[in-house]
Design a binder for this molecule. Structure first.
Ligand SMILES: Cc1cc2nc3c(=O)[nH]c(=O)nc-3n(C[C@H](O)[C@H](O)[C@H](O)COP(=O)(O)OP(=O)(O)OC[C@H]3O[C@@H](n4cnc5c(N)ncnc54)[C@H](O)[C@@H]3O)c2cc1C
Length: 426
């Protein structure tokens, strides 16, 4: 087993998003004696957790189960949709995980048996575990959408999971003629990436301004306010005057029914809107396997001990990333990355029978309003028994920043993407 000094252990965690303070974990007492750790989902949470488990204890037997051989990130997928980047630039493989001795299995987990401590895969194989980590991301509440079902996303793409949906929305925008109407319909809270729909609206506007300047974007929002709203709206007025109309949920933005064949949306107020391209982002819940394993509450999300991410339902099962209820943290890739490290430390501590280091968590969400105009929101978090994960500091970009500042934030956004994906998949 690799023995990390306390200083090095803290550095490993702190440099990239999650900081755990001193504890007996770092004194090297005990070791996790080849415990079997199975991780479901090779996205931001799962991949980070696998990597840091290996770093903390080289004796662990770690298996990462993920159906795809290449993970396509949602972060920066709005850049692909608007033609600024290629799919290749947001795709990552699992070679580094295999190199560090993580068993990467490309399959889908179909069943979790928390009593027998085993998972069954869609290839018929079963794997036993001592600790199980689920980071399955999100699924959609199609039963709450009148007139549309999962298969209709091939006609009206949500593009809220990276991959073919991203390409489909891009193609639809390219095929639309100048003067067309793009409807974007963001969901109610909570959902994956609170600023994501508004970055998408901004970058679609950037594309339209260049190629189809007579076109309009109508935003039918299920909510009355959204992340970084003042900053986004200021950017829209400055860069895309007259192009974007945003309708709040209580002012007629809330959608009641969708006619998929004609791309028509019917609102709660009885209004009818027809789009040439429609990007309806459905209401969300934890990934299907979390529901299937009985880990989710009535609202579709998973209760966990927010200090360790162990499920409140099943012992030795941990849920991280978007699927979990993580107090004040948003559902973001950076948050999932941060939680993956905390969870890895919690698992190693529990296997060694030592107290877990005191965690702190971090998140920054950069958004591009145009390629050269970035804004951000950042926060650090701590945990207490009564409050769960709570915010201890942070802030948003200044409202009165000049063009140089916005341009610098756009550069930081790209730097953030490179470092978080290197930390997760590299
Ligand atoms: C348009 C958009 C822009 C975004 N931009 C940002 C951003 O700028 N910054 C940011 O921090 N976040 C951003 N996000 C949010 C980010 O993508 C998610 O919060 C993050 O991916 C969550 O990580 P996760 O591990 O929970 O899920 P994911 O990263 O989605 O990983 C889940 C994985 O689990 C796998 N899986 C699911 N079920 C099973 C199963 N049964 N068996 C095996 N594997 C399974 C899936 O194949 C998937 O690979 C954005 C999201 C969107 C939609």
């Amino acid at each position: 087993m690799k023995n990390y000094s306390r200083r090095k252990f803290v550095k490993l965690l702190g440099g990239t998003g999650a900081l755990l303070s001193a504890s007996s974990l770092l004194t090297g007492c005990g070791k996790a004696a080849s415990a079997r750790i199975v991780i479901v989902g090779g996205g931001f949470g799962g991949s980070t957790c696998a990597k840091y488990l290996r770093r903390f204890d080289s004796s662990l037997d770690i298996t990462l189960i993920e159906p795809s051989s290449r993970f396509i990130t949602c972060p920066f997928s709005n850049m692909v949709i608007s033609g600024m980047q290629t799919m290749d630039s947001i795709s990552h493989d699992y070679a580094a995980q295999a190199d560090r001795g993580v068993n990467v299995v490309h399959a889908r987990v179909q069943e979790v048996d928390a009593t027998a401590k085993k998972v069954t895969l869609d290839n018929g194989k079963a794997l036993e575990y001592d600790r199980l980590v689920l980071s399955p991301g999100i699924d959609f509440k199609w039963d709450e959408v009148e007139g549309m079902q999962a298969s209709d996303a091939e006609i009206i793409p949500h593009a809220w999971q990276g991959g073919s949906q991203t390409i489909l929305l891009r193609k639809q925008l390219m095929a639309m003629s100048d003067g067309g109407v793009v409807i974007v319909a963001p969901p109610k809270n909570p959902f994956r990436c609170p600023p994501g729909p508004y970055e998408r609206i901004s970058l679609i506007a950037h594309y339209l301004k260049q190629h189809k300047p007579k076109s309009k974007i109508l935003v039918l929002d299920a909510k009355d306010k959204f992340s970084k709203q003042t900053l986004f709206r200021q950017g829209w007025e400055k860069l895309y005057p007259g192009m974007i109309e945003w309708v709040a949920g209580s002012k007629g933005g809330s959608i009641e029914e969708i006619d998929v064949a004609t791309g028509t949306l019917y609102t709660e107020f009885g209004d009818t809107h027809k789009g040439d391209v429609v990007n309806f982002i459905p209401p969300q819940k934890a990934g299907a396997i979390a529901q299937h394993a009985g880990l989710a509450n009535n609202d579709g999300w998973c209760f966990v001990d927010q200090r360790t991410f162990e499920s409140k339902v099943h012992k030795d099962v941990y849920v991280i990333g978007d699927a979990s209820i993580a107090g004040a943290m948003p559902k973001s890739g950076f948050a999932a990355n941060s939680q993956g490290k905390v969870c890895a430390a919690a698992i190693v501590s529990s296997l060694r029978g030592v107290a877990m280091p005191e965690p702190s968590y971090v998140n920054t969400c950069y958004s591009l309003v145009s390629p050269d105009y970035g804004i951000s929101v950042a926060a650090v978090y701590r945990h207490s028994e009564d409050k769960g994960i709570y915010k201890t500091g942070g802030g948003v970009s200044p409202i009165d920043a000049d063009a140089t500042y916005r341009s610098q934030e756009a550069r930081y956004a790209r730097g953030w993407y490179d470092s978080v994906t290197m930390d997760t998949f590299g």
